[in-house]
Design a protein around this ligand. Structure first.
Ligand code: HSE
Length: 320
């Protein structure tokens, strides 16, 4: 197998953070950010099996156990399916917060399978990598399959997950000059918990509102109708329940709504919140507003970070 690799047995890749749900699209919409993200170094070894050599940037919190780590679970599923007769060792550099609603587990899972596929000269398509990365994601979300972080991390851009089985992912063209501001409060929300508190059913009335909004969001993005995007991002299903887990959420939302943003919501299962703007300057300004209103709402008791990013349209990238 080493000869098939042309002597290259090591690769370093970046895989992006993602904003999933995007308001009304619970479990079906997501987009990728240019930053932050994870870096993974992967090496092919003669010794069989998967080993984690090092994880940095996680304050010792992520599992070194390959059966519980999202990156190695994804790799293991890929290696079994492709029947690979060598081993791999990896180093993970977490360059983004986890349990933050920014798709940290998806970023690591995608980084692993993308790295291995690239080293092997792409024996499978990006589309075929998705189920492997999802195996990793499954570990962190309480066994439910949802591709709205993994798919944008892998394909880049804004995606619609029309179906998980069979997998049907649609890329939605984005307007140019599309910026995202993330406010990341320094609290953690466990995705499995954030899913467990959601209602198991919704009324027909709420369903109608929600699917009208998802259609409106896609139409707004494709028609570059930013007022329509803003109206359609409204989420009547997850936000009313999950926003209670985020102290100061209403104050931040109120502050953002005064500003020139064309969309605000909880990123994934939270606690991060996102705001969309059309210029970097607006993204920076709104970042200040979000941080200030969050601090005021919490009497300065909870720290937060701001990330400003353009939209990542390529997905993971090779760093070396
Ligand atoms: N769609 C998922 C959720 C994303 O909101 O639970 C979190 O990984």
């Amino acid at each position: 197998m080493h000869s098939e690799l042309n002597g290259i047995t090591e690769i370093r890749v970046f895989s992006p953070a993602t904003v999933s749900n995007v308001g009304s699209g619970f479990d079906i919409f997501g987009f990728a950010l240019d930053e932050p993200g994870d870096e993974v170094i992967l090496r092919i070894t003669k010794q069989k099996g998967i080993r984690i050599l090092k994880i940095s940037g996680d304050n010792g919190l992520l599992p070194m156990d390959t059966a519980r780590n999202t990156c190695t679970v994804a790799l293991s599923s890929m290696m079994k399916k492709l029947n690979l007769n060598f081993g791999v060792e990896i180093e993970i550099n977490k360059k983004m917060p986890f349990k933050s609603g920014l798709g940290s587990s998806a970023a690591s899972a995608v980084a692993g399978v993308f790295a291995l596929n690239t080293l092997l000269k792409n024996p499978v398509t990006l589309y075929e990598l998705l189920p492997f990365a999802l195996e990793g994601e499954r570990i962190s979300s309480g066994m439910t399959v949802h591709s709205d972080n993994v798919a944008p991390a892998l394909f880049g851009g804004f995606v619609l997950v029309r179906s998980n089985d069979p997998v049907d992912i649609i890329s939605i063209p984005l307007p140019k000059d599309f910026y995202c501001t993330i406010l990341h409060p320094h609290i953690e929300i466990d995705t499995a918990h954030a899913r467990s508190i959601l209602p198991s059913s919704i009324s027909l009335h709420d369903g109608i509102k929600q699917w009208a909004n998802t259609a409106g969001l896609v139409a707004g993005l494709m028609k570059r109708d930013f007022a329509l995007v803003k109206r359609s991002i409204e989420d009547n299903v997850a936000e009313p329940v999950r926003s209670k887990l985020i102290p100061g959420f209403e104050k931040v939302k109120e502050a953002v709504n005064y500003f020139n943003s064309f969309g605000f919501g909880i990123s994934g299962s939270g606690p991060s919140m996102f705001a969309l703007t059309r210029s970097k300057l607006d993204a920076l300004k709104i970042g200040n507003i979000m941080k200030k209103s969050f601090a005021q709402a919490n009497d300065g008791n909870i720290d937060s970070d701001i990330f400003i990013s353009s939209i990542n349209i390529y997905g993971p990238k090779i760093l070396g």
